[in-house]
Design a protein around this ligand. Structure first.
Ligand SMILES: Cc1cc2nc3c(=O)[nH]c(=O)nc-3n(C[C@H](O)[C@H](O)[C@H](O)COP(=O)(O)O)c2cc1C
Length: 317
């Protein structure tokens, strides 16, 4: 027997998403990138995260900015963006909010910059605000905010004081205790999490004996990081569950089965980023595969899968 007409719709921080899929920041420009591709529709996803936005416009890093690796890619774009004023005045008015929900992605070099960019988005039609805390803190030695629990919480608290819109903290996997960090971010006012951002990596040109990426290092994304991302979602979910705080699970999703794994691990919604580079229509296949799975398992909706993981018995470590 199958469940008739299961639903892909998901409630995320009070936003009604048509499907559990979220297009990830940096992989879809400012929401218009793939609308030129035949067959692509923003309606196929529940939400779209816009490119990371800073207070002032940024040109980004020198080339090479991306490099394909086995089962993934390295990127060091360097937050190229036109600045928050331009995004709010010129880009947001051109987006069709009838098609899907739009999430801003806030970046900063200082706590004050995060606060100010969030404040500008608060005064805009954007549906939710995601904070990318993986940026270096220029005032405190260049350590990424997200790799330090105190700095992470300070950024969240500063952004919280600037908006009442749903606030999503994007957690870095480049730290030892992601669950502890999540706990601090909840106390500081985070409504949701995005788990995980890219893992830092390097590729070397052996003829020049220099890093391939202009920035020397870059963020690794794609299928190579999926097992790490799944474990991090599982760990963060343990902290979020008692608070009813949702997670956008992400890292290497390319198939319906990948998305379902993330849901079972504890994600309420699932992000798709790097997969779009080789198949811009991948979300249609993922939606269809999730629906088939729900039917086959006689489940009425996606939320019944979230956190349904049953662990194996006790192990030594
Ligand atoms: C080219 C590129 C640019 C990215 N830019 C951003 C960004 O501006 N802000 C951000 O929070 N994450 C950024 N990311 C990270 C993605 O949003 C996503 O978290 C990560 O790639 C893992 O998902 P994936 O394996 O499905 O791509 C970027 C990723 C890529 C590949």
């Amino acid at each position: 027997m199958t469940s008739s007409n299961p639903s892909l719709a998901v409630d995320f921080c009070g936003l009604n998403l048509a499907t559990p899929l979220v297009l990830l920041s940096g992989c879809v420009g400012f929401g218009e990138e793939y609308t030129r591709v035949k067959g692509f529709s923003n309606r196929d996803v529940g939400a779209i995260c816009l490119k990371g936005t800073t207070l002032e416009a940024r040109l980004g890093n020198p080339p090479h900015r991306i490099y394909e690796t086995p089962m993934g890619m390295l990127n060091a774009i360097g937050l190229q963006n036109p600045g928050v004023e331009h995004v709010v005045r010129e880009i947001l008015p051109a987006l069709d909010f009838g098609e899907t929900r739009f999430i801003a992605n806030v970046s900063g070099s200082t706590v004050e910059e995060y606060h100010e960019v969030t404040r500008r988005f608060d005064d805009s039609p954007i549906d939710a605000i995601e904070i990318n805390i993986s940026c270096p803190n220029v005032k405190e030695g260049g350590v990424a905010f997200g790799n330090d629990p105190d700095m992470s919480a300070r950024v969240v608290a500063a952004c919280r004081s600037a908006t009442n819109k749903p606030l999503i903290t994007k957690l870095s996997p480049n730290q030892t205790d992601i669950a502890g960090n999540a706990r601090g971010c909840i106390e500081a006012g985070s409504d949701a999490f995005a788990v995980i951002n890219t893992l830092m990596g390097m590729a070397i040109d052996i003829e020049r004996r220099q890093p391939v990426i202009g920035n020397n290092q870059g963020g690794l994304s794609g299928p190579a990081i999926k097992p790490i991302a799944l474990l991090k979602v599982h760990q963060v979910y343990q902290v979020c569950k008692p608070h009813g705080i949702p997670i956008i699970g992400q890292g290497g999703v390319t198939t319906p089965e990948d998305a379902i794994e993330f849901l079972i691990a504890g994600a309420a919604t699932v992000g798709v980023g790097t997969a779009l580079f080789y198949d811009p229509l991948v979300c249609q296949r993922i939606n269809a595969g999730i629906l088939t799975y729900l039917e086959r398992h006689r489940l009425p909706n996606v939320s019944t899968l979230t956190g349904s993981l049953g662990l194996n018995g006790p192990s030594a470590c």
